[in-house]
Write a protein that binds this ligand. Structure first.
Ligand code: PRP
Ligand code: URA
Length: 209
């Protein structure tokens, strides 16, 4: 079973409060989503492989660690996942970025795919799927199905807020995927919005309604 890693560092909890607050406008919302994503990135990249290299300090020769450069790919789920990309790229600027376009049909609540562009070598990469919200789990399950159909085997899922139900659904369908989350909320409302949540992440990021 994949792990659920709750990253509840005080800085993240503090910023998440302002992300949740309906009085935070799009500019502040975007900035804080970026900052929280970057802070979460520390934990998401904790298991990156290192190797020793020889260097010389001003004092003496020594061996020291550097990243092995194992290939990483980040995959935001459009549109709201885009808000998390910059924060992660600040930590790992060499990562390739793939995009999967899905929206939740407001009637059926089922994810509908409208775009996909991925690095050609997804099967060789550690992939990090980004989406601020894991509500019913439908979008995350569909995106990860998509990646696996294209050969991906090594996938992490990162979101800001997950419902308990969404986590159960994602684990049921993809028990090999670790889930990184800043907060877990108890409930979904009748429209499958997370309660208390933060509202519609895409609309709040981009000022649409
Ligand atoms: C939101 C969110 C997730 C999805 C989560 O996207 O960004 O992708 O809903 O809900 P689920 O777990 O029930 O599938 P939305 O469909 O609103 O599209 P948008 O990002 O384009 O606004
Ligand atoms: N999508 C969102 O943007 N917010 C929710 O609460 C659920 C799905």
């Amino acid at each position: 079973m994949g792990k659920v890693i709750v990253i509840d560092h005080p800085l993240i909890q503090h910023k998440l409060t302002f992300i949740r607050d309906k009085n935070t406008g799009s500019k502040g919302f975007r900035e804080m989503v970026k900052e929280v994503s970057m802070l979460m990135g520390y934990e998401v990249t904790r298991d990156m492989a290192l190797e020793d290299i020889e260097i010389e300090t001003p004092i003496c020769k020594t061996t020291s660690k550097v990243l092995t450069g194992k290939k990483l790919g980040i995959v935001p789920i459009l549109r709201a996942g885009l808000g998390m990309v910059e924060g992660i790229l600040e930590l790992i600027p060499a990562a390739k970025v793939g995009h999967i376009g899905l929206y939740r049909d407001p009637e059926t609540l089922q994810p509908v795919e409208y775009y996909c562009k991925l690095p050609s070598d997804v099967h060789e990469r550690q992939l990090v799927v980004l989406d601020p919200m894991l509500a019913t789990g439908g979008s995350a399950v569909a995106a990860i199905n998509f990646l696996k159909e294209r050969g991906a085997t090594n996938i992490k899922f990162v979101c800001l807020i997950a419902s308990k139900h969404g986590i159960e659904v994602l684990q049921k369908h993809h028990d090999d995927v670790d889930i990184y989350v800043a907060a877990i909320d108890d409930e979904l409302n009748d429209h499958a919005y997370i309660v208390p949540g933060l509202g519609d992440a895409g609309d709040r990021l981009y000022g649409t309604k």
